[in-house]
Design a protein around this ligand. Structure first.
Ligand code: SF4
Length: 337
């Protein structure tokens, strides 16, 4: 099996201040491998400040890792040059949160879709380019004859986000980084966009890293999930195990904050507040220490490793230290494909 993408012990630290440098670890020692032969959807979930967007920027090559390596088809992405770099740029695409900001109001949809086709010289002639656009629009559930020739303001938010997906699809990507793609879309249209992404994986063999704060959409779209908190993996595994039977106190808190439609279930009953003074000290031990109702003395000196709870579930929490320890490089083994 060849790896499409490998993250090897990747960390990203941001520093600020001239004399006394203040450092923030946005992502800490994360490893993840996506195989080329088995396209999959992996959700990366967490609140704001969890490191999700830093992860997206790193994978797209927009920022460089402070430590570790990101390898695409066998080459470190910081070393890609010439043709290889163009292939990476074409094959790794992104869909971002805001379906409104990426459109120039003066250009029609077909202009928007034709720009990447021209840039990467993907069509032999105009007719070929047009057919690619039609195919991509159809794949995302839009009627080409209703969409081509129209301006962004003539489309709904859901249509615009699907055009963003089509814009990635005309490039025949291998990997899509979808960073909160449905958070600014009406609830009624979210399911359609999630289905569109699943269709890309199943019918076009595109692997997707689906980044979200919303575990309900994660449950509907992905097979596996990695839960981040302050840059560290808290829990990972199959969505079925992690969402239906969350073990890490942080994942349990996230699940409890979902407003399930169940009158017998008390929503938000495990609200856990952190004290500011405690938050500044989290780096010594478990990052969730200041908010955790189960915190113990042993949670303080060093962050917990992942402990394997079942074939497809592990949690980084000393409550489970009787289970086998996993190295961060073994994270991928927990994710069903
Ligand atoms: Fe809570 Fe300790 Fe587990 Fe961290 S390691 S989540 S502080 S019990």
């Amino acid at each position: 099996m060849t790896a499409l993408l490998e993250m090897k012990n990747v960390s990203k630290v941001y520093s600020r201040g001239l004399l006394s440098k203040i450092s923030t670890t946005a992502l800490d020692n994360m490893s993840l491998t996506l195989k080329e032969e088995t396209p999959t959807i992996v959700t990366v979930a967490g609140e704001s400040g969890s490191g999700k967007t830093t992860l997206a920027m790193l994978l797209l090559g927009f920022i460089e890792a402070t430590a570790g390596q990101i390898i695409y088809k066998g080459t470190d992405i910081t070393k890609l040059r010439g043709e290889e770099r163009m292939t990476f740029r074409r094959e790794v695409q992104a869909v971002f949160q805001d379906p409104f900001s990426v459109f120039n109001p003066f250009y029609t949809v077909d202009h928007l879709l034709s720009v990447p086709i021209k840039k990467f010289k993907l069509a032999r002639n105009k007719q070929d380019a047009f057919e690619r656009m039609e195919e991509a629009l159809t794949a995302v559930g839009l009627q080409p004859n209703e969409i081509i020739g129209r301006y962004p303001h003539q489309l709904s938010g859901g249509q615009r986000q699907r055009i963003n997906v089509a814009r990635a699809l005309v490039l025949r990507p291998k990997l899509l980084i979808a960073d909160e793609p449905v958070s600014m879309v009406d609830a009624s249209l979210r399911a359609t966009i999630l289905e569109t992404l699943q269709n890309l994986q199943r019918s076009y063999g595109v692997s997707i890293i689906y980044i979200t704060h919303d575990l309900t959409t994660a449950y509907h779209i992905a097979e596996s999930i990695v839960v981040l908190y302050r840059g560290q993996v808290m829990e990972a595994g199959s969505v079925d195990d992690v969402i239906k039977k969350p073990q890490h106190p942080y994942t349990r808190l996230l699940i409890d904050s979902i407003p399930w439609p169940d009158i017998n279930r008390r929503w938000g009953e495990t609200e856990i507040e952190a004290k500011e003074s405690e938050l500044s000290d989290y780096s010594k031990g478990c990052r969730f220490l200041a908010r955790c109702p189960f915190a113990m003395e042993k949670c303080q000196p060093a962050p917990p490793p992942l402990f394997q709870l079942s074939q497809f579930q592990a949690a980084a929490c000393y409550l489970f230290d009787q289970h086998p320890k996993l190295a961060s490089e073994q994270l991928t083994e927990l994710l069903p494909v």
